[in-house]
Design a protein around this ligand. Structure first.
Ligand code: PLP
Length: 418
């Protein structure tokens, strides 16, 4: 159990006031960020090497699309009609990521690969240093079927881990809250994953899943406390840096890089932030974006404490299912809280507006969680202007569009209509 601190509710009341009225809400870090980072280059390099080792394996298990097993997404220069008043806007299209169609193909799949290597080595299926292509052989696969993985998820993490674990032939038990998207549960059941539904909120679902894993001797992917997830996301930073360099962009103090990162427990935005800080130092301006209905990271940053939105009368009932969590990961907070330049909370209505705009001006299929990144552009600019902290004219903006390409047609049309 986490040792939870009592937040200073008095200090939070102006924020809560705005959030309850569903208004865009912005927290700006009052001081400059530190120059030190909490992640080592070696850790990120190890993750990148692991992804490379598994390229032929993932390409064989997911032959669709003719990719080469490299988990990477396009960086797209935004159609100028998308956000006419934002110059130098780029879109990181993680919804197009292979296998899982969301940012979870980075962190979630990284943790799964870590465990697979550990498990296969411990069971004598792989000898240390041996190529994981051996895991494709029938005898290895038969033995992998004894491996069991358990995860709790609001949707995409369980979907991603379940999909990839089943492709390797492992048993996967996915704990979801009852209101998680029906199509994700159906798809998981179709591929032979076990889906366990819970009535409580996400924190409770995680607790139940943790207990189930412990009593079963299964490996538990702990969304609220995982360094393996975090490091997998961090590996995305070099990919973005290379793409920016390809476009002739080299972030610096005169040309900062603002990244808009949709945030649930903080693993994905936190890992990406840590990776970008390693690469670009203080030239990167990480902006975490959450729903006004589930703003746990904003409230943690504003109060300096781990806060549960449940204790503050905020529902967590947002259409952005990828971000619908009551509490930030304490691990992620301890690693990168000081690196986050701003936190922005946006309404469900604004996310839906941007789902529609991104479709109209770019043909992008976004889920609301991903559209949150775009919904944060205007509130952040307004808050910086009000604080007389305008960014230089050459500032580059990257909206990290974390998911959506696998949304079924009827789900997506319903979003466009609403
Ligand atoms: C999981 C997810 C996020 C946020 O990731 P966290 O690690 O929970 O902060 C953002 N967008 C989408 C689409 C996601 O699935």
């Amino acid at each position: 159990m986490q040792n939870e601190l009592i937040p200073d509710l008095q200090a939070l009341s102006p924020w809560i006031e705005r959030l309850r009225r569903d208004l865009p809400t912005v927290w700006l870090r009052p001081e400059a960020p530190p120059s030190a980072t909490s992640l080592s280059v070696l850790e990120v390099e190890a993750a990148k090497a692991r992804f490379r080792r598994f390229e032929p394996v993932l390409a064989a298990l997911f032959p669709q699309g003719g990719w080469e097993g490299r988990i990477a997404s396009p960086l797209i220069a935004a159609d100028p009609r998308l956000a006419p008043d934002v110059a130098h806007l780029y879109l990181k299209a993680d919804g197009e990521l292979p296998m899982t169609g969301s940012v979870k193909a980075r962190g979630g799949v990284h943790e799964l690969l870590c465990w697979l290597e550990d498990y296969a080595t411990a069971e004598g299926i792989l000898t240390p240093g041996e190529s994981p292509t051996k895991l494709l052989e029938p005898t290895a696969r038969a033995r992998l079927s004894n491996g069991r993985i358990v995860v709790a998820s609001t949707g995409n993490l369980g979907f991603s881990i379940g999909l990839v674990a089943r492709a390797f032939g492992c048993a996967a038990q996915i704990h979801m809250s009852r209101d998680a998207k029906a199509w994700k549960k159906a798809r998981l059941r179709d591929i032979g994953a076990e889906v366990v539904e819970h009535d409580g909120d996400y924190a409770e679902t995680v607790a139940r899943a943790r207990t189930a894993a412990a009593s079963d001797g299964a490996y538990f992917v702990d969304d609220e406390n995982s360094r393996r997830l975090f490091v997998g996301y961090a590996a995305a930073a070099d990919e973005l840096a290379d793409q920016l360099a390809g476009a002739g962009i080299f972030p610096s103090a005169d040309r900062p890089l603002v990244v808009y990162l949709p945030c649930g427990v903080g693993g994905a935005p936190g890992g990406i932030t840590a990776g970008l800080r390693l690469r670009f130092g203080t030239a990167v301006v990480p902006v975490f974006v959450e729903p006004t209905l589930a703003p746990c990271f904003l409230l943690a940053l504003a109060s300096g404490d781990l806060v549960s939105i449940n204790d503050l009368g905020i529902s967590g009932q947002t259409i952005a299912d990828g971000l619908a969590v009551p509490k930030a990961s304490p691990l992620v907070l301890s690693l990168i809280a000081d690196d986050v330049a701003a936190a922005v909370a946006v309404s469900d209505a604004d996310m839906l507006t941007w789902v529609e705009r991104a479709w109209r001006h770019g043909g992008l299929r976004l889920e609301p969680s991903a559209a949150a990144a775009l919904a944060a552009l205007a509130p952040l600019r307004d808050a910086l202007t009000a604080a007389a902290r305008e960014l230089p004219a050459g500032t580059v903006h990257v909206a990290w569009l974390t998911g959506g390409s696998l949304l079924p047609d009827d789900e997506f049309s319903a979003l466009l209509r609403s």
